[in-house]
Design a protein around this ligand. Structure first.
Ligand code: GLA
Length: 395
């Protein structure tokens, strides 16, 4: 048992005066390529990372849910049979953080699973709102805990989709499936090549002798959720307008970059830019997966830089700070590729760097970023990790 597991276990005992029955671990993710395409039936290349939510949990009587968010120093109690109103036991609105576990309970209930009550304490070292999927990690972690306490088993892809539905319909963020998928399916040392239309996936080897480095710009943008939902609407509008000319089109997955060049004239400029990003990003993921299979780190890195430029200029989800991180990275020795990761609007970049240059790269990026922006960036190597898991504590 590592130190963090012991911490969360001790916290549970301190709060609830009894030992937990379960310990859970649920990772964040970094997306290497394929951004804003998972809600367009596209292809993505994420990896689960060694930053995670840790949970300690045990049963509670009468459908009561008693949650402690240790990092926020907050506690909330609600009931599994009174989720629709999004209120706690005293009738106050559930705090934002509690909507994520509650959304999982709601969505499991919608899917027909009988939910037991639970007590849980959780803590996380995934920065919130940084593009590393802190919410999906909470969701999948709680889904696994509920499964362990309940009398049922859910296949992992189905579990990921149940969590996504909760986020879409209960929390109100129209996210795709990438984050929950990655958290549930991660493999140590590997990226995952995931087709969000067919739901087929396979491990993708990371380039040999390279390091994945995450750089946190330190900037969070508060309107990110409404901007995210707006991007999704722009894509839906592109599909509706293109269908007038291409009746078989179901999503932006169905049109090639060359066809879009021919039919894009029918789209308003903003919608055209959004569609162009999506269509070319899906093509980039296809090329990037081929590059990974032949251990071609240079091509992979070039596709990452191209992906960033597209997110900046066409999808318009970057920030000056993320652009600065990518521009600085490009000039540093050993940097093969860099791009913003996750939804954007602030958060982190992901960098592919020759392993031998990793430590100098980290120092160089921090130093020049501080000089240029006056901000301190947290920069660290991350490891591709296994997916979420829950285990019983021997009693
Ligand atoms: C967020 C969403 C994902 C995906 C990314 C952008 O992380 O949760 O579904 O859309 O943004 O690629």
């Amino acid at each position: 048992m590592n130190l963090n597991d012991m911490n969360v276990q001790a916290l549970y005992e301190a709060h609830f005066d009894a030992p937990p029955e379960l310990l859970g671990w649920s990772p964040g993710r970094v997306n290497l390529l394929g951004e804003h395409v998972d809600y367009n039936d596209g292809l993505v290349l994420p990896a689960a990372i060694n930053r995670a939510v840790r949970l300690a949990a045990g049963p509670a009587p009468d459908g009561m849910v008693d949650l402690v968010a240790q990092d926020l120093n907050e506690q909330v109690t609600f009931r599994v049979d009174q989720l629709e109103a999004k209120l706690d036991l005293e009738g106050r609105p559930l705090p934002k953080w509690a909507l994520y576990p509650a959304s999982v309970a709601w969505s499991l209930g919608q899917a027909g699973y009988a939910l037991p009550g639970l007590k849980a304490v959780y803590t996380s070292d995934i920065p919130i709102g940084a593009g590393l999927s802190s919410s999906a990690a909470v969701e999948v972690g709680f889904a696994l805990v509920w499964q362990a306490l309940g009398d049922w088993q859910i296949e992992r892809m189905r579990m990921a989709r149940i969590c996504q539905r909760g986020e879409n319909e209960y929390v109100g963020v129209a996210s795709g499936l990438m984050d929950q998928f990655t958290c549930a399916h991660g493999i140590a040392g590997q990226a995952l090549f995931f087709d969000t239309r067919s739901l087929d996936w396979q491990p993708a080897p990371l380039p040999p002798n390279t390091a994945l480095i995450i750089a946190d710009s330190g900037v969070r943008r508060s309107l990110a959720e409404s901007e995210y939902n707006q991007r999704r609407k722009d894509c839906e509008q592109a599909v509706v307008l293109l269908q007038e000319h291409l009746p078989d089109l179901r999503s932006l997955r169905d049109i090639s970059p060359i066809e879009l060049a021919a039919f894009g004239i029918h789209l308003p400029p903003v919608v055209h830019r959004r569609a162009e990003h999506v269509v070319k990003e899906i093509a980039r993921v296809q090329s990037a997966f081929s590059a990974l299979k032949r251990a071609d780190a240079r091509t992979f890195g070039a596709l990452m830089f191209a992906g960033h430029a597209s997110l900046r200029d066409l999808y318009e989800v970057s920030t000056p700070e993320l652009d600065a991180l990518v521009d600085i990275a490009r000039e540093l020795p050993g940097c093969l590729g860099a791009r913003l990761t996750g939804a954007g609007f602030g958060g982190c970049t992901v960098n592919l760097v020759e392993a031998a240059s990793a430590q100098d790269f980290i120092q160089g990026l921090q130093t020049v970023y501080l000089e240029r922006t006056g901000r301190a960036a947290k920069v660290y190597v991350c490891q591709a990790s296994s997916g979420a898991s829950v285990r019983e504590i021997a009693g």
